[in-house]
Design a protein around this ligand. Structure first.
Ligand SMILES: Cc1ncc(COP(=O)(O)O)c(C=O)c1O
Length: 397
């Protein structure tokens, strides 16, 4: 039977990894895959994570199953990290929470929960959005439509067009929003934009579905969730999918949470059983390890301080690379305005060059990026900025 299925085309981003690895050019630069890198191109284990892992190893005395919700302290810690200690929903016990296998697992469990509602829901995603949103949500059985988002002429958000689309929506619509550091564009909503989205959600009745995978990698741990917290106060119900892959560097440990804000603590208790049941039907329960590590970090003052300091340093490194690259580009007098590089947030930027130019960057200069011209800014380093700016000048002329 299996001979009926043919091989699928390689994932374009994963294809870039192989091409990059096999490229003998010593000047090659990898701006493709979205993982944080330090100045030497390494994706480090954060020191707070190393220390928490050591403590965990010394104290864990059993590998028996944990409860169906995951590591409870971890889920509670993430609830406060995202929604803040003053959150009304948290004070009223209106938020169900589940440890999930990464942000992807959270997005998937959320999608299956939505299917259980047996409403004819449509999920609206930004144009463009992170490529994996589409299979994660649609293969759960939900139709997807796009709302206008990125404005290639400014490198920012076309909020007028987005607002016009959201104004047409109603209670059968779910709107996926990137909590911060939009992937792939780096173009974020302003706080004023978030306020308007919250107002529309409350007025039209659509369900906000926030995906937050980069908290702390933009303007700061609290600053990055200002909009999400505002939204949580203004609407009764919402979905939040979080990931610890980037801000704790726990990529391979598959550590995320799904939070469902409901109207009452009774609703939250009911939804808690539903999301646990979705997990049970798919993979039983999440791997616990990453949850134990994050729980330790968030609940220990000194580890938490260390984590925050390191995360801030990572965010600052990305910001300074943005500034550095823009400076080099401007010094070369390239006609195209790349000013958006320093206003976009987080690890990604859309350079706004054509696919042909992206291919020239790769073939002539061994600078690798997605065909869309999304770059992982963290893949740059101070040594390669001149080289990248020179290459950009050549392909933009
Ligand atoms: C926007 C967005 N959401 C969610 C995720 C999920 O990450 P993970 O499943 O590795 O935790 C990512 C990872 O790249 C992302 O960019």
């Amino acid at each position: 039977m299996f001979d009926r299925l043919s091989a699928l085309p390689a994932d374009p981003l994963l294809g870039l990894i192989t091409m990059f690895r096999d490229d003998p050019n010593p000047k090659k630069v990898d701006l493709g895959v979205g993982v944080y890198r330090d100045e030497s191109g390494h994706t480090p284990i954060m020191t707070a994570v190393q220390k928490a892992a050591q403590l965990h190893m010394e104290t864990e005395d059993s590998k028996t199953y944990i409860g169906p919700g995951g590591v409870i302290g971890f889920v509670e810690g993430i609830k406060s990290l995202v929604l803040g200690a003053d959150s009304s929903a948290l004070k009223d016990n209106r938020v169900a929470g589940l440890q999930c296998p990464g942000g992807c697992g959270s997005l998937r469990v959320a999608s299956e929960l939505l299917v259980r509602l047996k409403e004819e829901l449509t999920v609206w995603v930004s144009d463009p959005t992170w490529a994996n949103h589409i299979p994660l949500i649609s293969s759960a059985g939900l139709p997807i439509k796009t709302y206008p988002y990125f404005d290639p002429t400014t490198g920012g958000v076309n909020f007028e067009a987005m607002e016009a689309q959201l104004s047409q929506l109603g209670p059968k619509d779910v709107v996926l929003l990137h909590g911060c550091c939009h992937n792939p564009t780096g173009a974020d909503l302003t706080f004023e934009n978030w306020k308007r989205v919250a107002e529309l959600a409350a007025e039209k009745g659509f369900m906000p579905f926030v995906d937050i995978a980069y908290q702390g990698l933009g303007d700061g741990i609290n600053e990055d969730v200002q909009g999400v917290r505002y939204l949580s106060e203004k609407v009764e119900e919402m979905i939040i999918a979080t990931s610890c892959s980037k801000n704790f560097g726990l990529y391979r440990e598959r550590t995320g949470t799904l939070l469902i804000q409901t109207k009452s603590s009774e609703n939250a208790n009911a939804i808690q059983t539903q999301i646990q049941d979705v997990a049970r039907a798919n993979y039983s329960m999440s791997p616990a390890y990453g949850g134990f590590i994050v729980d330790r970090i968030l609940s220990d003052n000194s580890l938490r301080q260390e984590w925050e300091t390191e995360l801030n340093a990572m965010a600052l490194r990305v910001k300074s690379l943005r500034g550095g690259l823009l400076e080099k580009i401007q010094a070369r007098g390239i006609e195209k305005d790349f000013g958006f590089i320093t206003t976009q947030k987080g690890m990604f930027s859309y350079l706004g060059i054509s696919k042909d130019q992206v291919i020239r960057m790769r073939e002539e200069f061994s600078i690798y990026m997605a065909d869309s011209s999304r770059i992982n800014v963290a893949g740059l380093n101070t040594q390669c900025l001149d080289y990248v700016a020179d290459a950009l000048k050549t392909v933009c002329e």
